[in-house]
Structures are given as C-alpha cells and as structure tokens.
Design a protein around this ligand. Sequence first.
Ligand code: FE2
Length: 399
Amino acid sequence: MGHSELGLERIVRIEPPEQHFTLLRNEDGDYLGSEDGDRLQLYNYVDDKAVWNRSASDTFRHPATGTHLDIDRNGNGHLLSHKGAEIGVDGNPSEELATYTAHHGPALMPSDYLATFKENGWVCLASVLSPDIVDELERVSCCGRWSDRVYDRETPLLNQTNAVARASVEPVSLWLIRQYLSTEEIRLAHSPGLAVLTPDDGKRDVQGWHSDFPYLWGITRKRGDDQRIPKGMSGHISMGVQRNICVSEFTRENGATCFKLGTHVLNSGPPEEWGTGSIYAQRGHRASHGLPYDGPEADIIEAPSGSIILYDARTWHRAGVNRTDQRRAAILEAMTPSFLMPFGDTSMPYKQFMKGPIVDQLLKRDQTAFAELMVHKVIGPGGMGAITVDKELTELFQA
Ligand SMILES: [Fe+2]
C-alpha cells in the first residue's frame, strides 16, 4: 500500500503506567472512600477521596488520608474492616458484612490530573479503562486480536456490548469534566460513536483542522454552523470537553489525533492555511492538494490502549492518517454542560439501549450515571420531561 510520508509533528508520548490505583465498589456500584480517614462513606463520583492502593499485605491504603482497610476475606469480592470494625453495605460499621469488589482505577490521583487539565487544556488518563473493557471495545470495532471479525452494522453500538456504556461512565474522567466545565450537569452531546481509521491509500479524503462541538470552528457544512459559539467571546469558560477513548493504542503511524495543543485559550478556530475541515470536506481535495498541515507546530499525543484523552473542545485538531495496515479504533464523545442544545439526538439510542439486554448487565450506579449523560431534559407538562425528536413537528417544519 502506498502510504504517504510521515508528518513532522511534535510527539507527546504517554507511557503505559506501571501501576494503577484501585476503586472499591459495593454491590450497587457506589464507591467507597473517606473524607478524613476516620469515617468511611459511599460516593457517586471518584475524586481523591475514593482512590485506594492495594498493598502487598492484605490491606487497601488510602493515599488521600493515610488510613487503611484490612481485607478479612478474599473471593469474588472483599469483606473489609476499618479500625477493627467490619464495614457494612453503606460504608458504616455493621454486623451485616457487605462485599466490596476491587476495580481498575487511574494511574495518578484525580487531583493531579485536574491540575494538568486546568493548566494545559488537555490531559490523558493513561490506560484508565480495564483490560476487559478494552478487549470488548476492540471486539465490536473489529480491531486488534478481533481484526478478522465482521463488523455488526445491524445492532446499535450501545446494544452490542456493555463496554461502551461502562467506558462512558468511567468516573475519574467524568469528575474531571465536571470540574473543568464548572458544572455537575454534563451531558453527552451525541450518542457515543466508534471512529475506526482504516489504512490510508495516499489519496482518500481526510479531515481538516477544526474545533469540536459546540464550537465547530473550521467546519461550515451549512451557513452559521461555526457561529454557534461566536469566536473570541467564550473567554475563560469552556463549553465543551471532547473525550477520546483510545480503543487501540494511539501512535503517529496509526493515526493518533493531531492537535495544536494550547489553542483553546485563543478562542478562535484554526487558520485556513492549515487546511480547515470545511476545505477538506470538499471531495477530492486531499488527492489534489495533499494533507492538511502536519509540520512541527502541531502535536500528536501517543497513548496506550484504554487511555482517555480529554481536551477543551476549542483546541485545534484533526484526525490522523493511518499509515499502518491495521485498523485503529477510538470512541469519540462530545461532552457539554446541560444548558447547551445537544449536537445529535441521544434519546432514540438510549431508548433502544433501555429496551435491549445490556442495561441489566450494568451496576445500578452505572445505569444512573449513563442515564444522566444521555437524557436531555426540559420542563414539560407535569414537571421535568425528557426531550426527544418529534416526528410530527419535524414534518410540519419541513413542509
Ligand atoms: Fe474533532
């Protein structure tokens, strides 16, 4: 295959972590943690309070406070005690023992990721997803060891595996997005979608430089698309975080996303001379003009599989070019505050998901977390109502 020349972008390499923290969850999926080290509590989110470290001896250490839990029994889960008292299902001392399970957690403390995110406008949570979730995502995207599998075009993605919803509710990245956007009320602006980059042939159309939803600077499919959020006016408040879930390892060769890191602070889109999304949306433009800007001013984030890259949606970027012979998969999620109109309809995929078999495979906490992300609401008759696309009204509008 005639691969084009590699670009000259600066490489920012995120190495696979040597160790991960542990998250402890009760049978509903709530996270066990502590504010002060004296009392344990359940949380519906994960910041430093809910991060544990399994030590070689049978204990979980709590790095935020220095307290520790003793593991009374191992099996499918752990029976735990704290300061000599056994822990019940609500995190308090109890005679009725409860089982907690240990889950794959982040490599760094959530507050460390947050400091990086706020300072740079992007952060990478290296291999934050557990290997079983990554393997399932590779299976449905037919990548890695599943390359010979045939992609299922019939079943909606959310109904193919519980791994898409489980990846979507990864709790540290959600906490970070809430902190970065300064609101608890965040939503998926469209249903999670697979982005599979197949090997490049040297002439096919490619994506040009742009900013993501809600900004869409650099992309004008129809008049006004890129004026949704006026340039120069969003100031210090960000209205979107893009969440790229690296299903495959991201490398320069296989088409890791290409960025101009730090451009979120400019509050304007990429320059036309870099080759914007609008320009490269014209059929055949790449074949006749070559690739968009891929010089040393641009940055490529290389990251291990199972990583989640969060970036301010204003950051200039474009999809990479896959110069390997293997497919490369990612899941792309635009996350916005709930006060913004979504980009796409999430109600239909969510309704199909709720009617399918997958939802029952999720822990209760994950079901709730996913519903919070997918269901957009307004006041309707009888109180808060979920919004959806109205077929009848759409037809009237189109008439
Ligand atoms: Fe994008």
